[in-house]
Design a protein around this ligand. Structure first.
Ligand code: SF4
Length: 447
């Protein structure tokens, strides 16, 4: 039995690329664990899950107990089991690597356990596995319903506070629901997980309410005892080059969102020759899904080299084995399209300039240009905050400035997740931010 995740690409939009272990496989894999003291895998987990502890419980035949151990630290253990880059976090640090053995498949064991608990909870209508402390009488507003916000909301509810969540979209889950390729989160998992998390009680969600559109920050700060902002990021960055307005040029984030909601909205159209610009997970997800939707040729172009991509080596391999052509060291310069004829106003090619690192390691452009013909361009070059909705809050590097307790410059207003981070935008880090911020808010409310 191989516990390793397959690097062959998905065969359809809803293919489960890392299927759940059978009970036999989970037992065999958990029995390989050495249950290390001061385990390095735990230190590599941003949420500090007791990994040997939960694996031991699986080995003892107690999958739901294992899930409880996971979710004590990470209520989004189910999502993180699916989307965490475990190959560069816990599994990379597993001591089995030192003996040149395959690391323990921590992610897949985590999925086995969390699926068992969530399915049991849905089937038996048993009380939520986490109970709430007696009511504190305090009310907290949470803005956004993605991983950081729901992690904060769940922990605040556990601590006995009443939570009101304000979410712009019609469903909870944030990126889990709208921004991750379907083959990583099959079977409507994001919706089921959000329902499970909210099952603790004490959390009310108000949909269709975005900051600046239906709800204002200063009103929340007056009406509630504390506020947590976990709005993620906003618009996709522009490339700021000619031709961006041409027909066929769009945002990878919007493309993925439409794909995720295709059962109600219909699938987005895909071109025959697609160029995806960017080097992160969004670029990989958009490129693979373009291929699965029927594009003949998909090129993912990145302005630096494979080592600098924020997509991990595993993700890059997944793209290549799905038929995506990854071209490094190409910076977009111009998007081309004719002004006359049958293709007037439509994209027909992207012109890139080849880049390289100079002697000081700085990215520089060469004189060599490369033109790639296409009829669709998807931009995946990062997102920016929508700053006008955050009036009054101090910002740093375009994100909300917070201290070590996730407190913003305004008293009683806290923030966490992608809207405060300047580094990697990992789901697991957002979940940890939400959890820690909830404890900081609890301390604030207790004076
Ligand atoms: Fe088990 Fe590997 Fe963690 Fe040790 S480092 S506890 S072997 S998963």
């Amino acid at each position: 039995m191989s516990g390793a995740v397959s690097t062959s690409g998905p065969e359809s939009l809803d293919d489960d690329i890392s299927p759940r272990f059978t009970p036999r496989q989970a037992l065999a894999e958990s029995s390989r664990c050495l249950f290390c003291y001061d385990a390095p895998c735990v230190r590599a987990c941003p949420t500090g899950i007791d990994i040997p502890g939960f694996i031991r419980r699986i080995a003892n035949g107690h999958a739901t107990g294992a899930a409880h151990t996971i979710m004590e630290e990470n209520i989004f253990g189910g999502t993180c089991a699916r989307v965490c880059p475990t190959e560069v976090l816990c599994e990379e640090k597993c001591v089995m690597n030192e003996g040149e053995q395959r690391p323990i498949s921590i992610g897949r064991l985590q999925r086995f356990a969390t699926d068992a608990l969530m399915e049991e909870a849905a089937a038996t209508k048993a009380p939520h596995p986490f109970t709430r402390a007696p009511s504190t009488g305090k009310k907290v507003a949470v803005v956004g319903a993605g991983p950081a916000s729901l992690s904060a909301a769940h922990r605040l509810a556990m601590l006995g506070h009443e939570v009101a969540v304000f979410e712009a979209k019609p469903k909870a889950g944030g990126l889990n629901e709208y921004g991750i390729a379907a083959y990583k989160m099959v079977n409507d998992f994001a919706r089921k997980e959000a329902k499970f998390i909210l099952g603790i009680g004490g959390i009310k969600i108000h949909y269709g309410k975005a900051l600046g559109r239906g709800v204002k920050l200063h009103e929340l700060s007056v009406k509630y005892d504390a506020v947590f902002i976990g709005v993620g990021l906003g618009n996709t960055r522009d490339l700021s080059i000619a031709g961006e307005q041409l027909k066929g040029v769009g945002d990878a984030v919007d493309f993925i969102e439409r794909l995720r909601q295709r059962k109600t909205l219909g699938a987005p159209k895909v071109g025959k020759r697609v160029v995806v610009i960017g080097g992160g997970n969004t670029a990989i997800d958009a490129a693979i899904q373009s291929k699965l939707l029927g594009a003949d040729e998909v090129v993912m172009a990145y302005r630096r080299g494979p080592e600098q991509m924020s997509a991990t080596g595993y993700e890059q391999q997944l793209a290549k084995s799905s038929g995506v052509v990854v071209r490094d060291w190409l910076a977009p310069k111009k998007i081309k399209g004719p002004s006359k004829g049958k293709d007037a106003g439509k994209v027909t090619a992207v012109e890139f300039v080849r880049t390289k690192l100079d002697a000081k390691g700085k990215l520089v452009e060469t004189k060599e240009t490369v033109t790639i013909a296409c009829d669709m361009v998807l931009k995946a070059v990062g997102q920016t905050m929508i700053e006008e909705t955050l009036a009054g809050l101090e910002l740093k590097n375009g994100k909300i400035a917070v201290n070590k307790d996730f407190a913003t410059s305004l008293k009683g207003i806290f923030a966490g997740g992608d809207c405060v981070k300047s580094g990697e935008d990992l789901t697991v880090q957002a979940v940890q931010d939400g959890k820690l911020a909830a404890h900081a808010i609890d301390r604030f409310l207790k004076g």
